[in-house]
Design a protein around this ligand. Structure first.
Ligand SMILES: Cc1cc2nc3c(=O)[nH]c(=O)nc-3n(C[C@H](O)[C@H](O)[C@H](O)COP(=O)(O)O)c2cc1C
Length: 224
């Protein structure tokens, strides 16, 4: 959930049996202090494996406007390759907000996959035609995100459950994570019943004690 940090949240989620995901950070305060997203991602990854032995993932926004995206898709796979603990624990790369081809076309990422790493690449699909593009890019799976998802810039006004049905009908063999509007066990059950393999939650976890988000933001995301 960039540009913000989700480092403590990643550890807490993975420790609790979920799969925490490190943000692609891009805070102005970091740039002003001379810290850039590639270096921050490396530090955050090291911090995560120092604090948990559980699997986790990371996000890269591959939009052309993201100055750090090209560095992240090359340097982060190389960095993972060099650290055996990271190679074992970092099992999920999720790209979003840009091309689904950027990471699969990265030679260091290809080498990481060929090295026996269990890492899987999912891309966020906020519309059926974008899911088609992801499948053509040979992603390992799709994060199907409707317009109700937090922090989401929707191409089309389609809800998660409608989009989920469209995509699962057209691509029944592609692993799918449902995303956008889930915050409860019953929400999870509905996604699983429809054929998703998991749900991803953003807003609900912003509201958690472990998240690094500001208290005011946490209150806005709270049900109560
Ligand atoms: C403040 C905020 C920032 C986000 N930043 C990103 C991001 O950098 N990359 C990304 O793939 N998704 C981002 N998301 C989307 C979340 O990863 C997730 O898909 C979304 O929150 C799911 O919807 P929900 O909030 O209804 O659970 C962001 C969401 C929020 C609320």
């Amino acid at each position: 959930m960039g540009p913000f940090y989700t480092t403590e949240l990643t550890i807490a989620l993975s420790e609790a049996g979920g799969l925490g995901v490190l943000s692609h950070t891009a805070l102005i305060s970091d740039y002003e202090a001379g810290r850039e997203p590639v270096g921050i991602m490396k530090k955050n990854m090291e911090y995560v494996v120092e604090h948990t032995d559980k699997p986790f993932g990371f996000n890269i926004r591959t939009s052309r406007r993201e100055m750090a995206a090209s560095g992240l898709v090359k340097d982060i796979p190389r960095f993972i390759m060099k650290n055996p603990k990271l190679r074992e624990q970092c099992v999920y790369a999720i790209t979003s907000a840009g091309s689904s081809k950027t990471l699969p076309q990265s030679k260091p990422f290809q080498r990481l996959k060929e090295s026996g790493s269990q890492i899987k690449h999912f891309h966020v699909a906020p519309a059926l035609w974008l899911a088609d593009k992801c499948v053509a890019s040979n992603v390992d799976g799709l994060v199907v995100s409707g317009g109700e998802g937090g922090g989401h810039q929707s191409y089309e006004k389609v809800s998660t459950l409608v989009l989920l049905q469209q995509i699962l009908q057209k691509h029944p063999d592609v692993p799918v994570v449902a995303c956008g509007g889930f915050a409860t066990g019953s929400g999870l059950a509905s996604a699983l019943a429809m054929g998703a393999g998991a749900v991803a939650m953003g807003s609900r976890f912003i509201a958690s004690n472990e998240s690094e988000f500001d208290g005011t933001y946490k209150k806005c995301c709270s049900f109560r």
